[in-house]
Design a protein. Structure first.
Length: 156
């Protein structure tokens, strides 16, 4: 494991990214810096998302290399277990139309983007290949002020 990936173990700084979704649209609501230790990373071996199913997030560096990866239950899919009399329990899954969720990732010095991968939610009970769902910068991009934006009286 490289130094950057290990650095989150030495620092108790994390980022919480809050998302909301509605009818298939996923939006980043805000980013918050926290003083807490994030959950450890899953293995960082390289693989193709289409060869996996499920849901996971990655912190990637500016070159697209995963520096942190965490698998989790799909936040846009709900599960419920139940059974009728004299039958075995059965899990029912369905996609939510709207909702909100958060993810907490380490605030790695070289971390550039949070990338979400997930299987389609149209038939959540059937394992399907995952694909990239969303890619967002970990830090807000700052824009340079326009040199011509200050047009107060007497200035040109």
């Amino acid at each position: 494991m490289d130094t950057m990936t290990q650095s989150y173990r030495r620092h108790d700084r994390s980022l919480r990214l809050n998302f909301r979704f509605e009818l298939g649209e996923l939006t980043l609501v805000d980013r918050l810096e926290l003083e807490m230790t994030p959950l450890p990373t899953n293995a960082l071996e390289a693989f193709k998302p289409q060869e996996r199913s499920g849901f996971w997030i990655e912190v990637q560096d500016q070159h697209g290399r995963a520096r942190y990866r965490r698998s989790m239950p799909h936040p846009m899919v709900r599960r419920s277990e139940g059974h009728e009399e004299e039958t075995v329990p059965r899990t029912v899954m369905w996609a939510e139309e709207r909702g909100a969720f958060s993810v907490v990732v380490p605030n790695l010095p070289g971390g550039a983007e949070l990338v979400m991968f997930g299987s389609p939610t149209d038939q959540p009970e059937i394992p399907q290949p995952a694909a990239e769902i969303l890619r967002v910068p970990l830090r807000e991009r700052r824009t340079q002020p326009d040199d011509h934006s200050d047009h107060r009286e007497g200035r040109s």
